[in-house]
Design a protein around this ligand. Structure first.
Ligand code: ZN
Length: 387
């Protein structure tokens, strides 16, 4: 078991109420009263109060982590509720940090909950993470993931990693100061943005982030009480559809730009640019408002919708033509060669991918609808059905 720094500073006494509340875990030889005090002394930062952060924070609060920090900039959306169990139906429209605080304190009023309604950014991340003992990375985007990993390396904080994609999930413990790799050792370069569908694009079964988030909480608890074998140097992969757990050994990369022998990245970089360069530099975009104006003026515009048929059934832009992404290669002749052709999907990711492919097939002047149908609903037609 790795050494942690939680051994020295404790003195927190447990109240009668706490002794009773945690009696079933204090009864465990591996926890005991001393372990419970360590949990009470610990400060854990959850980055994201979404699919991973929800189960992680719920279990950490119930287990008696004394101080839980929650960073999230979003408000609760109806489509979050099937997996983000920190939030309830009545919370739709409310800041996630507010509903998270209310729920965590309802489960365990003896703990402290510190909230930050903001996106983690380079200028604030260091100071924030420095104030905590362990970071649970439940972020849903790559810029935040690289940022949190980098800062944890610099601040020598264990980073409990989790990610999900459809029915699959993975988890690990990144902690170069304990001998393991960091996120960049595994993924030195982000994949091109068009290759990573977000949850909104790809779909996710709520149970899967639930499973991974709970594994993250488990790793936090073991690290604090200093018991068991943790995921240092191991990447745990779960396929929920076959319910198979696999494990990969992962190593520190001596050439890692952040935790390697001669690090070249020693302070926060422009993470947005680092993760998005491929899309922003090569695909031209048009806003929903601009597109609407062109159509209203009677300009000849073809709109190609690359979503799936069921999505098209729910909502569509008038006079748009459905050619699902996967069918484009055999339907090239159907792609309009008008002066202005706009390609669209739900959020603008699949359509960017379609444009890159079509350019290779000799189609020029294709425009990507920025923000996709979601942006159209927001800017042009709020009555449109949402999914
Ligand atoms: Zn590294």
């Amino acid at each position: 078991m790795n050494e942690t720094t939680f051994g020295e500073k404790r003195v927190a006494q447990l109240s009668q109420d706490e002794l009773l509340r945690y009696s079933r875990q204090i009864n465990l030889a591996q926890v005991g009263e001393d372990g419970q005090r360590r949990l009470k002394e610990a400060r854990v930062l959850c980055i994201g109060a979404g699919g991973l952060g929800s189960p992680a924070a719920l279990y950490l609060a119930a287990a008696g982590i004394g101080t839980i920090g929650v960073v999230d900039q979003d408000t609760v959306d109806l489509s979050n509720l099937h997996r983000q169990l920190l939030h309830e139906t009545n919370d739709v429209g409310r800041a996630k940090t507010d509903s998270a605080r209310a729920r965590l304190l309802a489960i365990n009023p003896t703990i402290e909950v510190e909230t930050y309604t903001t996106r983690l950014c380079g200028s604030t991340a260091i100071e924030l993470i420095r104030n905590y003992d362990i970071v649970v990375d439940g972020s849903d985007n790559l810029p935040t993931r690289y940022l949190s990993s980098d800062v944890c390396v610099w601040e020598r904080k264990p980073n409990i990693y989790g990610s999900v994609h459809q029915f699959e999930g993975q988890a690990s413990l990144f902690a170069p100061h304990l001998g393991g790799p960091c996120y960049r050792c595994l993924f030195p370069e982000p994949p091109p943005p068009e290759a990573i569908p977000s949850c909104a694009e790809a779909g996710v079964l709520g149970v899967v982030p639930g499973l991974i988030g709970i594994i993250q909480a488990l790793e936090v608890i073991k690290l604090i009480i200093g018991r068991g074998d943790n995921l240092l140097g191991r990447l745990l992969h779960v396929d929920a559809l076959t319910l198979r757990f696999r494990e990969f050994n992962i190593r520190r990369d001596p050439d890692c730009p952040v935790c390697g022998e001669s690090p070249v990245i020693t302070e926060p970089i422009d993470y947005e640019q680092f993760c998005n360069r491929s899309i922003s530099s090569t695909v031209r975009g048009i806003s929903a408002t601009q597109l609407h104006e062109m159509i209203s003026r009677g300009q000849e515009v073809a709109v190609v919708d690359v979503r799936e048929p069921f999505e098209f059934e729910i909502a569509r832009i008038p006079n748009s033509q459905l050619i699902p992404l996967g069918t484009i290669p055999e339907r090239l002749t159907e792609i309009p060669r008008t002066e202005t052709t706009v390609v669209m999907c739900k959020t603008g990711v699949r359509s960017a991918r379609a444009i890159e492919f079509l350019r290779g097939e000799g189609f020029e002047n294709l425009l990507n609808l920025k923000g996709g149908l979601d942006a159209w609903r927001e800017e042009v037609d709020p009555t449109m059905r949402k999914y």
